[in-house]
Design a protein around this ligand. Structure first.
Ligand SMILES: [Zn+2]
Length: 386
């Protein structure tokens, strides 16, 4: 069954291409994103985030954000770890606290990742105050989750295979930098299925790229924000009791043309009016209508993870409403570009549509609470510790 639930390779917002970032570029990205990142400026060509912790005079917050002498500062809202009048006793005490902290361990799960995967970044750093990551030119804070820091990135179904740069930074309780690590996520290929779909009649007009772009622009702002909370616990639930009729990643052409899109979610078959339920807890971020997706609803699960529900006959929740897992949120339909009633369900991670199957534990679930084996931590080749 066809549904309008694909992204195109020529959409107005291009799929981010992999960029191997050097240290300086990573640092700038982290600063520009303001990701809880404890850096005040980066105007100094000699600045090296992998350098040992700064001396007290270097680390004091600068009076001007453009100061060429700027370096690592204390977290926002926290007292500076290195006030200008800091005594050697203070520095000694800080060094003792830092030495008492276990070495941060960084995990990338799964690794290597596949096209369409949701990659979980876990940093075990008991006693640390903050952590952040940089990925594809963007930087953002990791969420504190007990003694862990947690973040997710989405890998597009057509992402370029090979190594992609990833930066990780961890700060201690006094704002001292514990870790600034550059590593890579290896991305491997998936052989997606290919299908040519026949669309005729009035629906054919909805294949116009302009209508596709209009649809994407209407929804994108409601599924791209990083809400700094985990609203859900545990595995997601299928949002419909219907059978899965189409999988994520299918490479699609229309009416004998070239492949132009891929299927961004999974489809559940059923009857108009069938229950559609929340896959997990969250806050409704959007409920509306577009020409291709018909009636749709998006849930913000936090941490940059969203789920979307489309071609609905009826919307039963409104934006801002808190929903729990399995709450009734809508009814199945065939609105928009659909050849029959079904539910198109997709998962979006950091603005990228990913394979929903891991979220249902049909593939490896990106569980922030999973047990970790230190032997699987990635090598801390650039640990900033004395
Ligand atoms: Zn679909």
């Amino acid at each position: 069954m066809y549904s309008e639930c694909a992204v195109t390779r020529d959409r107005t917002t291009p799929i981010p291409r992999p960029v191997l970032l050097n240290r300086r570029t990573l640092l700038k990205a982290m600063v520009s994103a303001g990701a809880g990142v404890l850096l005040v400026a980066c105007g100094d060509d000699g600045l090296d985030p992998f350098a040992p912790p700064p001396t007290s005079s270097q680390a004091a917050p600068q009076s001007s954000p453009s100061s060429p002498q700027a370096d690592v500062s204390a977290p926002q809202g926290e007292p500076s770890a290195d006030a200008p009048d800091e005594s050697s006793a203070d520095r000694s005490a800080q060094a003792q606290r830092q030495a008492a902290l276990p070495e941060p361990l960084v995990y990338i799960i799964p690794h290597p990742a596949r096209q369409g995967d949701s990659v979980l970044l876990l940093v075990e750093a008991p006693g640390a105050q903050a952590a952040s990551m940089s990925w594809q030119g963007q930087a953002f804070s990791l969420l504190k989750h007990d003694d862990r820091f947690v973040g997710f990135v989405g890998i597009d179904a057509n992402e370029q295979i090979g190594p992609h740069a990833l930066g990780v930074a961890v700060w201690g309780p006094s704002g001292e930098q514990l870790l600034w690590q550059e590593t890579v996520i290896e991305i491997s290929a998936v052989e997606w299925t290919v299908d040519d779909i026949q669309i005729d009649g009035p629906n054919a007009a909805l294949l116009e790229p302009a209508i596709r772009s209009e649809d994407y622009a209407a929804r994108e702002p409601f599924q791209s924000t990083l809400t700094p909370q985990l609203h859900w616990l545990g595995v997601f639930d299928p949002p419909s009791s219907g059978e899965i009729t189409a999988l994520y990643g299918e490479q699609r052409s229309f009416n004998g043309g070239p492949i132009s899109e891929y299927h961004t979610g999974i489809d559940f078959g059923g009857l108009t009016g069938a229950a559609v339920t929340a896959a997990n807890a969250g806050i409704v971020s959007w409920a509306g209508q577009t020409r291709r997706r018909g009636n749709g609803l998006i849930i913000d699960h936090g941490a940059g993870v969203y789920s979307g529900y489309y071609h609905l006959s009826e919307l039963l929740q409104t934006p801002g409403v808190v929903v729990q897992q399995r709450d009734l949120i809508a009814r199945m339909g065939a609105t928009g570009l659909a050849t029959g009633p079904h539910l198109h369900w997709e998962v979006v991670v950091r603005g990228v549509t990913v394979n929903p199957l891991p979220w249902l534990r049909l593939l490896e679930f990106p569980d922030p609470d999973q047990e970790l084996n230190p032997a699987n931590a990635i090598a801390a080749t650039n640990l900033v510790r004395g």
